[in-house]
Every structure is written in structure tokens, then in C-alpha cells.
Design a binder for this molecule. Structure first.
Ligand code: NAD
Length: 477
């Protein structure tokens, strides 16, 4: 069985008896790995190692840092098959998607290898002075990540942190730490100084909390639930730490009467159901113009019923199991709540039938009609494969409904009218707006949330800036 160790100061930490957890495959509940369970003390040791390595790594020229990051990308690609398999075993997603996650993480390393070289200073001439503005690495960072994209979301932090000259301690999700740990190991193997990259495992409330509280960490980069983000922000306030928070979402998807309906239905289905809806920018609620509602709904249902569901290791599977029993229960509760309040079940709503599904946390892609804002599926983050549909009469009405949420991560609009597209894009309250596309992630563009969906931006040059402090040097002349 695979063993997942912590990495502190360039070394594998041996297992401690009594502090070993088992990771189970969500497709069949079989054990797949043993993982070390770290403590607050381990978190402290890892932070000290990162602090020790900081002068070495931050003092390394950015061109040399770029070489290490490119080598890390090469190693991640070389090991992608092997790590992707671990990712499928611990998280459930189909192997092809796990592999894509590894390859896109390698791309993130390559991107920031080059972006780090573009961290220039500025020069300002005054009447009796000259000012130089430097951007310097913020210091030791704590990188805390969730289980839905455990490698990608860590890469979004590891790569800019290292490119900026920071060192870090990563805390992968407790129940899906395997692939993330192997990803950091590949990065370490690329030639980082010992202690520049560390991994500690363990419960968020213990190990994660220590990483946030300790005065050694100067920046917390977190992706996870909004409630956890609030606790982290409050704790980080004690030392006025820099925080970037990528939190929950409840993304609206508006289909106008003039939209390309087959494209809209295909996009909605893919973004509502892929990764079993366990995506922060998943399509959570669909508002469709009443003239085209019937046709759009029919097409969406047809697409929902076309997905092949199964163990992610099987070839040609589109959707694996959900990550955990709790996630599936929450999804079931949200569907029951909607049906109890008058929603119509158009597809799915339960587990698939068949022996192969009995032991895993499988759930059918679910389409609900007649949804409204009294229902939890329209207000809360279900984080499951559910697409509720509500009809609208005017764009103003659709926009008001879309913005009636405490979340603001992503919003989508499908229309063939440029003016409608621009008005909707301007008016929607979210960090990323997809116009006739179902994805707002682009490595070169900023990603992050408005309102309770987060603070700060990842990716692009914005991602690098969040690991830099600004310094003004004033020279008297
Ligand atoms: P979570 O908040 O429960 O856990 C995330 C990480 O935080 C884990 O590593 C956990 O161990 C750690 N943690 C928990 N309590 C902590 C504490 N008190 N101090 C420090 N660390 C702590 O989230 P999850 O259930 O793993 O992930 C699902 C959530 O992540 C969803 O809400 C989803 O929307 C969100 N998410 C957001 C984005 C985004 O970019 N906005 C992307 C993916 C997932």
C-alpha cells in the first residue's frame, strides 16, 4: 500500500506509531494508502525549516529560481501517470481528469518560472531625491488547500510563492493528501534548498491552525470553505498577516432567449456535473428565458443522462463517485429540500443502480425544474451534481436573481447579442464572468471571488504579486 509521509527540511519524516491514518477509495471504500498524521509540533518544525531556508532561496537570482521551477515542471510531467493514479484513488475523479490536473499543474510551474523573472523594480526622480521601489518576497508562507483539486490548487500557490522567492509549508487536505504530497516532492527533487518546501499532514483545526497562528508564517494562501476562510482571516489578524482566500461559490448561469441553446446546454451540463459538481465555479443555478426554457431543459436532461458513471480507474468513465459520504448526504438533503418546496425532478436525484455502485459514493447527475430562491440548492453551496432551473422574463430580473447571493466567484451568461453580453458581464457581481464559455480559469488571468467568495487573486501576474511586499528606498540627492 502507498505510504504518504510528511516532508520537513528536505527529508521524509518517518511514521510515528499511533499517528497513521488510512485513506480509502471513494469508489469502493477500499484502503489505498497510509498517511502520517502530523501535530502542531510538526507544523512548528516545518515553519522553522522554511524560515531557515528563506534567506537562501530569496537570495537566489530569479533566473536560477526559474531553472528549478522548469525542472519541477518536467518532473511533474514525468511522474504524472503515477501521481494521477493516486489522485483518482483518493479523490474519485476519472483518471483522464486526474492526469489533466497534473499536467496543468506542471504548466503553472513553467508559467511562474518566467513570470518570476519579470519582478522588476521602479525608479522615480524627485526634485531632491531619487526613489527606488522594490518588490520583495513576503517570507514564509502557509499554503492550505482542499480536496476537490488538491494538486492544481496547490500548484497555484507553490509556483508563484517560489517564483517570488518565498519558502513554504503546505498543508494538503486531510483525506486527500497523497497526490499533493507527491507533487511537492517532485518540486523538492528539482533542486530546492532543504526546507524551502515542506509538507505537513493532519487535521485543519490543529495543524492548519498552527500554521496560521504562528508568527513565523507571513502569508496564508488558503482555498476552502468560506467558514474556514473566516476563521483563518480572524486568526491571521493577530499578526496582520497577508491572506489570500479562495472560498465557496454559488455560480449562476443565465441562458438568454437568443443563446445558442445546444452550446448552452452542453456547457451547463459539463460545468454542473464534472468532478461531480465538486468545483467552486460549478454551475449551481440556471436562469433560463421562458421562451426557450422547455427546449433548453430537454437538451440539458438529455446531456445529463449521457454521462458514463463509474470507478475513475475504468477507461471512458466521465464521472466518478463523490468524494465522501458527507458530500453525498448533503447533496441528497439539498435535493430533498428542493423537492419538498415544489421543485420538479427531471433527472437523477438518487444513486445509480447496479452492483458496481453499491460500495462507492455515487450519485446521478440531477436536473431540477421549477426551482426558486427558497430552496437550499439556489442559496447554499451544494458541492454536488445538481442543476436547478428557474425561468425568467427579463434580463434585469435574471441579473437581480443572479446577484441575490452572498457568494460572487463565477457567473455565466449565454447570449448571441453583444450588448446583452456586455451589460450582463458589467452587472454581475463575481470575480470571473464567463460569456458563452463555462470556465473562468485562465493561467494568465486573475482568478478570485467577490463578496464571501474570497479575497485576493491567484494566477497571472496578480498571483505573483500576492507573494511580494513593496519597499520604497529614498535617496537624498
Ligand atoms: P475546508 O475549508 O474544510 O478545508 C480546506 C483546508 O483547510 C483543508 O486542508 C483543511 O484541513 C484546512 N483547515 C480546516 N480548518 C482549518 C483551520 N481552522 N485552520 C487552518 N486550516 C484549516 O474545505 P474543503 O471541504 O476541503 O473544500 C471544499 C471547499 O473549498 C468548498 O467550499 C469549495 O467551494 C472551496 N473551494 C474554493 C475554491 C476557490 O478557488 N474559490 C476552489 C476549490 C474549492
Amino acid at each position: 500500500m502507498h505510504q504518504s509521509h510528511m516532508l520537513i527540511e528536505g527529508a521524509i519524516v518517518p511514521f510515528v506509531p499511533g499517528r497513521i491514518d488510512t485513506i480509502y477509495n471513494p469508489a469502493n471504500q477500499e484502503p489505498v494508502a497510509e498517511v502520517a498524521v502530523g501535530t502542531r509540533q510538526d507544523a512548528g518544525l516545518a515553519l522553522q525549516a522554511a524560515r531557515k531556508a528563506f534567506p537562501v532561496w530569496s537570495g537566489t537570482p530569479s533566473s536560477k529560481r526559474a531553472e528549478v521551477l522548469h525542472e519541477a515542471a518536467r518532473l511533474v510531467r514525468e511522474r504524472a501517470e503515477e501521481i494521477a493514479r493516486l489522485l483518482t484513488l483518493e479523490q474519485g475523479k476519472p483518471l483522464k481528469n486526474a492526469k489533466m490536473e497534473l499536467l496543468s499543474s506542471a504548466d503553472v510551474l513553467d508559467y511562474y518560472a518566467e513570470e518570476g523573472k519579470r519582478n522588476f523594480g521602479e525608479w522615480i526622480s524627485g526634485a531632491h531625491s531619487r526613489s527606488i521601489v522594490l518588490r520583495q518576497p513576503v517570507g514564509v508562507c502557509a499554503l492550505i488547500t482542499p480536496w476537490n483539486y488538491p494538486v492544481d490548487l496547490l500548484a497555484w500557490k507553490v509556483a508563484p510563492a517560489l517564483a517570488a522567492g518565498c519558502t513554504f509549508v503546505a498543508k494538503p487536505p486531510s483525506k486527500a493528501p497523497l497526490a499533493a504530497t507527491e507533487f511537492v516532492r517532485a518540486v523538492c527533487d528539482a533542486g530546492l534548498p532543504a526546507g524551502a518546501a515542506n509538507v505537513v499532514h493532519g487535521p485543519g483545526g490543529e495543524v492548519g491552525a498552527k500554521l496560521v497562528e504562528s508568527p513565523i508564517s507571513r502569508k496564508i494562501a488558503f482555498t476552502g470553505e468560506t467558514a474556514t476562510g473566516k476563521a483563518i482571516m480572524a486568526s491571521a489578524a493577530t499578526h496582520i498577516k497577508r491572506v489570500s482566500l479562495e472560498l465557496g461559490g454559488q455560480s449562476p448561469f443565465i441562458v438568454c432567449a437568443d443563446a445558442d441553446l445546444p452550446a448552452a446546454a452542453a456547457s451547463a451540463a459539463q460545468r454542473a456535473f464534472s468532478n461531480m459538481g465538486q468545483i467552486c465555479i460549478s454551475v449551481n443555478r440556471i436562469y433560463v428565458a421562458e421562451q426557450v426554457a422547455e427546449e433548453f431543459t430537454e437538451q440539458l436532461v438529455r446531456r445529463a443522462e449521457r454521462f458514463k458513471i463509474g470507478d475513475g480507474l475504468q477507461p471512458d468513465v466521465d464521472l466518478g463517485p463523490m468524494f465522501s459520504r458527507e458530500q453525498r448526504e448533503k447533496t441528497r438533503e439539498h435535493v430533498a429540500d428542493a423537492l419538498g418546496k415544489g421543485a420538479e425532478l427531471l433527472s437523477g436525484g438518487s444513486e445509480p443502480e447496479g452492483e458496481e455502485y453499491e460500495k462507492g459514493y455515487f450519485f446521478l447527475p440531477t436536473v431540477l425544474g421549477e426551482a426558486d430562491h427558497r430552496m437550499r440548492v439556489m442559496r447554499e453551496e451544494t458541492f454536488g451534481p445538481v442543476a436547478p432551473i428557474m425561468r425568467f422574463k427579463t434580463l434585469e430580473e435574471a441579473m437581480a436573481l443572479a446577484n441575490d447571493s452572498e457568494y460572487g466567484l463565477a457567473a455565466y451568461v449565454f447570449t448571441s447579442n453583444l450588448k446583452t453580453a456586455l451589460l450582463a458581464a458589467e452587472g454581475l457581481e463575481a470575480g470571473g464572468i464567463g460569456v458563452n464559455v463555462n470556465n473562468v480559469v485562465d493561467l494568465q488571468a486573475p482568478f478570485g471571488g467577490w463578496k464571501e467568495s474570497g479575497l485576493g487573486r491567484e494566477l497571472g501576474h496578480w498571483g505573483l504579486e500576492s507573494y511580494l511586499e513593496t519597499k520604497h528606498i529614498r535617496l537624498g540627492m
